[in-house]
Design a protein around this ligand. Structure first.
Ligand SMILES: [Ca+2]
Length: 513
């Protein structure tokens, strides 16, 4: 009898020990960091713009916190990724523009998670040139990647994979989740190439939005009158800087693009398709090309036609992104991972959807400086929206904080976990530095944004812009040099100077020293 009693006690003790250990592991949350490329907040219906419907991303917002004031430090693909991985500004992590190569030997958030016992992986777009370090598994597209039948590099081995890139990225993410070491928590970086230019939709969406006319932004025909010369010198206008085949899909042959120098890319993009895929593509696009040819548009009408074409192509690509967010979330739910996984949805920066007449990014103006950000998971407020100012510089620290891991003191951001719990947090002022002035000709600039004002310095041109974001949300009225704003101008300059010093940025001329 005693023997049986002892055995029962021993068994209970073992069961308890196992469950405690299991809880211990379960309590450290899994993390899925989902980042798309060039996905402007305007193209997420949870943000309240009536352009498209993104039910799966919206659902994340219903279950978590949506940020109206999330920003980047340097609005372009590669640099934004390097900032996220390191928690350091571009001048510190060394990846200042898309011509840089990431020094993978430095401290990154993925290495910190891996060292803390997490299973780590990155799938999809990487765009940092050097091979990923600090990941148990990686499967990335080379460079920008291709939409159709793309190449992927899986742990160093490159191969062409049939299918559509947005779906494939999710397939690889799910495959890895399936075969990961399930005794450990995971940190998955899931980065879509879409909806990056040149916007090649999934065939099932070739006709989505065909009958929709999108509202033309009220500043689509911006003349940049009060702005610095930087705004007039750019080359990112929908009206004048889009290519006929590459962007607008108005030709299948490449003669037009050959003249303009983009033939190489369009040729290789188009030839990723099999001959039957090309046939389906041509059948889908030919009718609209015929209508366009007959209409013989010019001037403003031609510009608006291009805008509509661009919006349809861009938003079709977004639709597949949203579908795949749904697929990944379904996988979590089906595998009982939804309760203990923190999910972040963001983009590497915002994007112009016709505002100021533009496509692309780069500027410190709101549409490209801002980025969508939605976070949900255990311990995070549900269905909240916040205007606290946060930046992609804060992501690494916030993720470590959420996982209960130590935050290295050399990171330059600030955890916004308090904001995720419905409390006060974020920054009073944000620092920005854009370096790359080659493609699209956007002049280098630094700047500061507070809750109300924004000051930008195009330092190579020595031109300034000052905006009151409360009265001028579209940033159409440059107040710099106006007498009545002299005090604000001085205050903003002093703050910009102190941020320049605080972040140790010596890569632009110094302000006040
Ligand atoms: Ca991008």
């Amino acid at each position: 009898m005693n023997y049986l009693k002892n055995m029962r006690f021993l068994l209970q003790a073992i069961t308890l020990l196992i469950s405690v250990t299991t809880i211990g592991q379960k309590q450290r949350p899994n993390i899925i960091y989902m980042m798309s490329d060039d996905h402007g907040y305007q193209a997420i219906s949870a943000y309240g713009y009536d352009l498209n419907k993104t039910p799966h991303i919206d659902k994340l917002a219903e279950e978590g916190v949506l940020f109206h004031r999330a920003f980047v430090t340097n609005s372009i693909c590669g640099p934004s990724r390097a900032v996220m991985l390191t928690g350091k500004h571009s001048h510190i992590n060394g990846f200042k523009d898309n011509h840089s190569t990431f020094d993978g030997s430095q401290q990154t958030v993925s290495k910190l998670f891996k060292n803390a016992g997490y299973q780590t992986a990155v799938v999809g777009k990487w765009h940092l040139v050097s091979e990923p370090q600090g990941f148990d598994y990686w499967n990335i597209v080379p460079g920008q990647g291709d939409y159709y039948n793309p190449d992927f590099i899986e742990n160093g081995i490159r191969k062409r994979v049939p299918g559509y890139v947005t779906n494939l990225t999710t397939d690889f993410a799910i495959n890895w989740l399936e075969k990961r070491d399930k005794s450990k928590p995971f940190f998955l970086i899931y980065q879509q190439k879409a909806p990056h230019r040149n916007w090649m939709p999934e065939p099932k969406y070739y006709h989505l939005f065909d009958s929709i006319q999108f509202p033309v932004p009220d500043n689509f025909f911006d003349d940049y009158k009060t702005r610095s010369s930087a705004a007039t010198k750019q080359e990112m206008e929908i009206a004048t800087d889009m290519h006929y085949a590459y962007d607008l899909k108005l030709a299948f042959d490449i003669s037009e693009e050959q003249r303009k120098g983009l033939a190489g890319s369009w040729h290789s993009i188009f030839n990723r398709m099999t001959s039957s895929e090309k046939q389906i593509y041509k059948e889908a696009y030919q009718p609209s090309i015929d209508i366009f040819s007959k209409a013989n548009l010019s001037g403003e009408q031609l510009a608006i036609w291009k805008y509509q074409r661009y919006m349809r192509e861009y938003l079709r690509c977004v639709q597949s992104v949203d579908d795949n967010v749904g697929r990944l979330m379904d996988y979590l739910k089906a595998n009982n991972l939804d309760k203990n996984t923190i999910v972040i949805y963001t983009s590497d920066q915002g994007f112009y959807l016709g505002e100021h007449g533009w496509f692309d990014k780069r500027w410190m103006y709101e549409e490209s400086f801002r980025t969508p950000l939605i976070v949900k998971g255990p311990g995070i407020a549900k269905g909240k929206q916040t205007y606290s100012m946060v930046q992609n510089l804060d992501f690494a620290e916030t993720l470590l904080h959420l996982a209960g891991l130590p935050i290295p003191t050399d990171m330059q951001g600030k955890s916004f976990v308090p904001v995720l719990k419905g409390k006060k947090g974020g920054h009073d002022a944000l620092y920005y530095h854009f370096y790359e002035n080659q493609e699209h000709r956007v002049a280098k600039h630094i700047g500061i944004r507070t809750a109300r004002y924004k000051l930008i310095w195009f330092y190579e041109l020595n031109e300034w812009e000052l905006y009151d974001l409360e009265t001028d949300k579209r940033e159409m009225h440059n107040l710099y040099g106006k007498k009545e704003f002299a005090a604000i101008e001085n205050m903003m300059k002093a703050q910009l100077s102190s941020l320049q010093q605080r972040y140790k940025d010596n890569t632009s001329p110094q302000l006040l020293r």
